[in-house]
Design a protein around this ligand. Structure first.
Ligand code: IMP
Ligand code: MG
Length: 187
């Protein structure tokens, strides 16, 4: 049987390395937000796998909410213009917000989100991202809790998709070129 694993050319970050890093991030976040009213905001869909594991590595009990946004884009390039598909259910006012993202690429999505959260009078707004692709950055964005830097390659797995597939893979890897035709198809 051909499985999604067969479409992977190279594993960049294996399951063990992810687990170790996520545990460290969970501990750091728990320490920093102890006794504070924290609302963790996951960015759908890519961040949900990371967020679920991150949460299980915390020893505080934050509120959890999600946003879903879509960037208006013709190709793989983000335009910076985003549309909110799902907004927060909870109020952000007076609370400490931690945005959890799968990957920071151009930085446009995150810049929009951080600004958006700040307009809601949050007590603070910080960012936790599993992956950082610094070579692609168009706008400067501060990542307060960062997992790994990745090269300028399209990556999938551990929540990240190509055309809505490969999110189930327990590692982060690069697709074989015959599968990845150059379009991101991500969300
Ligand atoms: P940015 O606005 O360019 O930083 O876009 C970030 C979003 O694009 C991420 O939340 C991902 O959903 C998506 N993205 C960027 N690079 C990749 C990748 O290599 N694999 C999968 N999704 C990606
Ligand atoms: Mg995303």
């Amino acid at each position: 049987m051909r499985t999604p694993r067969d479409d992977i050319q190279e594993v960049l970050i294996d399951q063990q390395a992810i687990a170790k890093k996520v545990a460290e991030l969970g501990q750091a976040i728990s320490r920093d937000y102890e006794g504070k009213d924290l609302l963790v905001v996951g960015v759908l869909k890519g961040a949900y796998v990371f967020l679920a594991d991150l949460l299980r590595n915390m020893n505080i009990s934050p509120g959890i909410d999600f946003v879903a946004i879509q960037s208006y884009t013709q190709s793989t390039e983000s335009s910076g213009v985003v549309r909110v598909l799902k907004d927060l259910d909870e109020s952000a006012e007076g609370r400490h917000i931690l945005i959890v993202e799968d990957i920071v690429d151009t930085g446009l999505t995150l810049t929009y989100l951080v600004d958006n959260m700040k307009t809601r009078k949050a007590a603070s707004v910080k960012v936790c991202a599993l992956l950082d692709k610094p070579e692609r950055r168009k706008v400067d964005v501060e990542i307060d809790y960062k997992g790994f830097e990745v090269p300028d390659k399209f990556v999938v797995g551990y929540g990240l998709d190509y055309a809505q597939k490969y999110r189930e893979l327990p590692f982060v890897g690069v697709l074989k070129p015959e599968i990845y035709g150059g379009e991101s198809g991500s969300s």
